[in-house]
Design a protein around this ligand. Structure first.
Ligand code: ADP
Ligand code: MN
Ligand code: MN
Ligand code: MN
Ligand code: MN
Length: 339
């Protein structure tokens, strides 16, 4: 007998990479082998030397096919000499995560996204706009909610895949939603977020709608889509020095060139979203504060009260590469906390 393995990888599309996948039939009991693909069709190679290698790094049950043994297989892209391909941001995170493993960093990422039907966000009337923002966030009822059937199916698929999805909610703009993955270690949260994104596109396909991570899908007075990245280390989570560690982490993100180093790697189009309006801080001004949804980094009120917990970097765009944002945060905050 056989099973179906859906090999999933991140391509080389600029400025925002896309997910690709293809299916391999394997004999029951077979290990997941290295595989290959045509890199000239994914912006990962030139035509005259187009082979790229797929190396399985994370696999889970496939809730779409659902057959016994069917799996989703997230892969790193390698060159034919088995070194990491230049589009492979996971390999670099693996090194940094390893270096700071003793601090036990964990992340919870809030993935916002928007459904589209044709060229309109789901719930936007033909040739016009819906009522202004106000009633949609965590709303209920047909006047406010668009796409809940897709969202519920996606949630169920993530759970059946065994992902650490921790919640969902309707967002501020009609057709806009969020799911959260974590808290989990950096590599795991990022691997699972990529799988959850693939499942989002794949689930929405069956409903005839598209999901997009476009950080500013509608110009004007409509919220953008972000990927708030919640972060803690063991020292931040545990008292009595927890709050001092939290302040050290917040300060480290504001030092020298760090604000710009981070923001320019937090997803294409970040200056369109981080305008200072719509619950964002301006992209070129770093700030942190308790309960402050207009700051770059927020310390939740409960965390201040408990004197320990985590911080929320509110800057990453919905289209951020989770391997990159987690690497930057570990690199900056854990280096400062080590001192
Ligand atoms: P918000 O109020 O910003 O909308 P959410 O509930 O959407 O918050 O998301 C908060 C995220 O923070 C969740 O993904 C949760 O798993 C994560 N989280 C909770 N505790 C920690 C922690 N100690 N370290 C890192 N992430 C955490
Ligand atoms: Mn072919
Ligand atoms: Mn949230
Ligand atoms: Mn949100
Ligand atoms: Mn948030």
């Amino acid at each position: 007998m056989t099973f179906k393995a859906e090999y999933i990888w991140i391509d080389g599309t600029e400025p925002t990479a896309k997910l690709r996948s293809k299916t391999r039939i394997l004999a029951d009991g077979a290990e997941l082998p290295l595989w290959g693909f045509d890199g000239s069709s994914t912006n990962q190679a030139k035509g005259h030397s187009s082979d790229c290698v797929l190396k399985p790094v994370y696999s889970c049950p496939d809730p779409i096919r659902g057959g016994e043994g069917d799996v989703l297989v997230l892969c790193e892209v390698l060159n034919t000499d088995l070194t990491p391909h230049e589009s492979n941001t996971r390999a670099e995170l693996a090194e940094v995560a390893e270096r700071f493993a003793a601090q036990e960093p964990v992340f919870g990422i809030e993935q916002e996204y928007t459904f589209f039907e044709g060229d309109r966000p789901l719930g936007f009337p033909v040739g016009g706009f819906p009522a202004p923002q106000g009633g949609y966030y965590c709303g209920v009822g047909v006047d406010e909610i668009h796409g809940r059937d897709v969202v519920e199916a996606h949630l169920e698929n993530c759970l059946r895949a065994g992902l650490g999805i921790s919640g969902i909610n309707a967002e501020v703009m009609p057709g806009q939603w969020e799911f959260q993955v974590g808290p989990l270690p950096a590599l795991t949260v990022a691997d699972q977020l990529w799988i959850a994104r693939w499942l989002l596109y794949r689930t929405a396909e069956d409903f005839g709608v598209a999901a997009t991570l476009d950080p500013k899908p509608v110009k004007g007075d409509w919220n953008g889509a972000g990927a708030h990245t919640n972060f803690s280390t063991k020292a931040m989570r545990e008292g009595p020095e927890g709050y001092a560690a939290i302040i050290t982490a917040c300060e480290s993100l504001g030092e020298g060139s760090k604000p710009l180093d981070h923001v320019k790697n937090y997803g294409a189009g970040i200056d369109d979203r981080l305008t200072g309006l719509h619950e964002t801080a301006p992209w070129n001004e770093y700030s942190y504060g308790v309960s402050d949804r207009g700051a770059s980094v927020r310390i939740p009120w409960q965390v201040e009260k408990d004197g320990k917990g985590y911080i929320e970097d509110r800057r990453p765009n919905a289209n951020v590469d989770p391997y990159v944002v987690t690497r930057l945060m570990v690199d900056t905050c854990c280096a400062a906390l080590e001192k």
